[in-house]
Design a protein around this ligand. Structure first.
Ligand SMILES: Cc1cc2nc3c(=O)[nH]c(=O)nc-3n(C[C@H](O)[C@H](O)[C@H](O)COP(=O)(O)OP(=O)(O)OC[C@H]3O[C@@H](n4cnc5c(N)ncnc54)[C@H](O)[C@@H]3O)c2cc1C
Length: 403
């Protein structure tokens, strides 16, 4: 890895989450100076399993090709050679899971070119022709692996950005202890309720700052695979969606196949999300259990539920985003484009933003020539949605590019 030389043009990255780290990796690769500020002292072991869809894998290759074999090492797919082409299998939440019904055994989303767990062949996607989607890596393992690409003196952990303030020729970050930092540009995600999103559309589109409740929540849990077998038998081997009326479940293997990870999802019948400033709600265990009562639900899900954390995770997204950019501040990751876990796409989109924005920032750092920026950015875009992001950012930057 090369040491950054270009110290006159400096980027502040708010957070070392997936999008923030991807941006840091991409800037470092292009020798652009940056500092990354992350609220947490270290990454939590509580977190989702992340699988990158094909756009994410392409973005990984564009950001740092040597990252991909490391990512593949920490991924785990479904069990068994027969299951390697299966993304997810659909079953029912009702007693018996739908086993024995006419469709049973034919309910998998699969494709012969699809490989759930990618292998380290060293070949590119184009060479193998494989569609890589759905292999899961634990969020902490993923973040720790990405972090290895960042020189430690570029990262400040335990530093929460509390405010962003712009001047005509720099941007200032404020921290809760009263300290400040300056940079030419700030970019960040900082979760769905984000300090960056609070800043970017605040004056032009204030109604777009707050995340929008999607009318559903989930409970999450992990159990050793031995216990998973006791509850769901060998259904646990292959990733599953279980569908019911207003409820559903998702299960898949993690941690080298030793652990079963699950989500139990509920369509909310209440009138909106109750906790004003939090996206999670701690609830009493009996309230948790009441969500999966009824003869239409297999007992297995109540057993899983009894071992889940008694916490409702509200599902939120950003329905409207008129701009990703305000002068010197850029939104990336969930602050720009929060999506629902069912889409399993937010992290991959974060990687796409990192590719595009890093190319724009590298151009600004190196030449500050807008025509050059436009050309290289569009070449760097892995897909149409990212091109839209790039064009939008560039269009806005025509009028308010830093001097
Ligand atoms: C159950 C579940 C499963 C999912 N599965 C997938 C999947 O398979 N594939 C996929 O692509 N996506 C998936 N997603 C979505 C994905 O997890 C998110 O889209 C992704 O993590 C967002 O990345 P991010 O960088 O925006 O934020 P995060 O990765 O959440 O990082 C935000 C970081 O910001 C830090 N932070 C917050 N505020 C501040 C502050 N003020 N100052 C400094 N630091 C701050 C936090 O500590 C955190 O480290 C899933 C989501 C869930 C809930």
């Amino acid at each position: 890895m090369v040491e950054s030389k270009n110290h006159q043009f400096h980027i502040a990255i708010v957070d070392a989450g997936i999008a923030g780290l991807a941006l840091a990796m991409a800037l470092h690769k292009q020798d652009v100076s940056f500092t990354m500020y992350e609220e947490a002292k270290e990454y939590s072991t509580v977190g989702a399993e992340i699988g990158f869809s094909p756009n994410g894998m392409r973005a990984i290759n564009l950001i740092e090709p040597t990252f991909r074999p490391l990512y593949e090492e920490i991924c785990v797919g479904s069990k068994g050679e027969d299951a390697k082409h299966i993304f997810f299998e659909g079953m029912l939440l009702e007693p018996g899971f739908g086993c024995g019904q006419s469709w049973h055994g034919d309910s998998a989303w699969s494709h012969p070119d699809f490989v759930r767990k990618s292998v380290s062949t060293g070949l590119s996607l184009r060479q193998t022709g494989a569609i890589l989607i759905g292999a899961q890596a634990h969020r902490k393992a993923l973040l720790d692996t990405m972090n290895k690409f960042i020189p430690p003196d570029h990262a400040r952990f335990g530093k929460r950005v509390a405010g962003i303030e712009q001047q005509s020729d720099f941007v200032k970050l404020g921290f809760p202890d009263g300290s400040t930092a300056t940079a030419d540009i700030v970019a960040g995600a900082a979760r769905i309720q984000s300090v960056v999103r609070s800043h970017v559309p605040r004056d032009t589109n204030p109604s777009q700052v707050a995340p929008v409740y999607a009318g559903a929540y989930c409970y999450r849990g992990v159990i050793p695979m031995t216990e998973g077998y006791e509850i769901l038998g060998d259904l646990t081997d292959v990733a599953k969606f279980y569908f019911g009326q207003g409820r559903g479940a998702v299960t898949y293997r993690i941690s080298g196949g030793e652990v079963s990870n699950y989500l139990l999802c509920v369509a909310d019948t209440r009138d909106g999300w109750k906790s004003k400033d939090a996206v999670t709600e701690r609830v009493r265990p009996d309230v948790v259990m009441s969500d999966f009562q009824g003869s239409d639900t297999d007992e297995a899900f109540r057993r899983l539920l009894s071992e889940a954390q008694p916490v409702r995770w509200g599902l939120f997204h950003h329905l409207e985003t008129s701009t990703y950019f305000r002068d010197r501040a850029f939104m990336i990751g969930d602050s720009a484009h929060a999506s629902l876990p069912f889409q399993a796409a937010g992290a991959a989109q974060g990687l796409e933003y990192a590719v595009v924005l890093s190319r724009i920032l590298a151009e600004l750092a190196n030449s500050r020539n807008l025509h050059a920026t436009k050309t290289s950015t569009i070449h760097a875009s892995p897909g149409p949605r990212t091109t839209q992001y790039a064009v939008h950012v560039l269009k806005d930057s025509l009028s308010s590019r830093p001097n």
